[in-house]
Design a protein around this ligand. Structure first.
Ligand SMILES: [Zn+2]
Length: 252
């Protein structure tokens, strides 16, 4: 966040007039666009399918976990699969063990509420926050379930969090906001549209938050939220090709 704030400071400094005696701030690699990849709901396919791709490019992600929907800490799969099960029950979310593994590898784990309630009450927000904190995650960013928020929800989030993320589309200047905008990448979102968001962030040197959910490897498993892995790979590759112009970072 400091880097982002610094970038904004430099941009503001550059756009304002300078006294001739003042050194003009040096344009550095910090003064580039930033992309933050977020993954909502804690799908196991993030662990099995998305993370290996991210690892291959050196990217880290940010997971917004629904604490009340984390799968039991037993093997929920023998490996990458489109239909993850635990015992006889389908369970397509990560286990705590898998979430801890992401965290160990440098991913951020954040709060998405205990039960994914729309307009959650304080109990739903704080119980998931406390649960994540007890497990050692600094879960001080909240993603509003379904992207919906009102003044009351925002005020509740402010108590324990430094930022809140919506699904309102748009770019940001920094992370100091409880109504952070981001672009929700759905299965029906054309890849050229995703590219145009990245290009816009690069041109305007802004912060681009991309929102994903789960992934699949088979076309017939796609839903609005479950993106084909090939599409995700295409987006990551475009970010990688432009890594001199847009940095993939985590919230903190
Ligand atoms: Zn969600």
């Amino acid at each position: 966040m400091k880097r982002l704030l610094l970038s904004v400071t430099i941009l503001i400094s550059l756009s304002c007039s300078h006294k001739p005696t003042e050194p003009v701030p040096e344009l550095s690699t910090q003064n580039t666009a930033v992309c933050i990849l977020t993954f909502d709901d804690g799908y196991a396919s993030v662990y099995y399918l998305a993370k290996p791709l991210m690892d291959s490019l050196g990217f880290k992600g940010n997971c917004f976990v629904i604490c009340g929907q984390v799968c039991p800490d037993e093997p929920n799969s023998k490996g990458p699969t489109d239909s993850v099960r635990w015992g006889d029950k389908p369970c397509d979310k990560m286990t705590w063990h898998q979430i801890e593994s992401l965290h160990t590898d440098g991913w951020n784990i954040y709060n998405h509420g205990w039960n994914h309630l729309i307009f959650p009450d304080s109990s739903d927000i704080n119980s998931c926050y406390s649960c994540l904190k007890e497990k050692g995650f600094n879960a001080n960013v909240f993603a509003y379930p379904a992207g919906l928020y009102d003044e009351k929800t925002v005020n509740l989030v402010k108590l324990n969090h430094i930022a809140g993320r919506t699904t309102d589309p748009g770019l940001e200047d920094n992370l100091n906001s409880y109504v952070l905008r981001g672009y929700y990448v759905k299965t029906q979102t054309p890849l050229d549209t995703v590219k145009s968001w990245i290009d816009l962030a690069i041109t305007q040197r802004k912060l681009l938050i991309l929102i994903f959910h789960g992934f699949c490897t088979k076309t017939n498993k796609e839903t609005k939220n479950i993106l084909n892995l090939q599409s995700f790979k295409y987006i990551l590759q475009y970010l990688s090709e432009n890594q001199n112009l847009i940095k993939v970072e985590t919230f903190q």
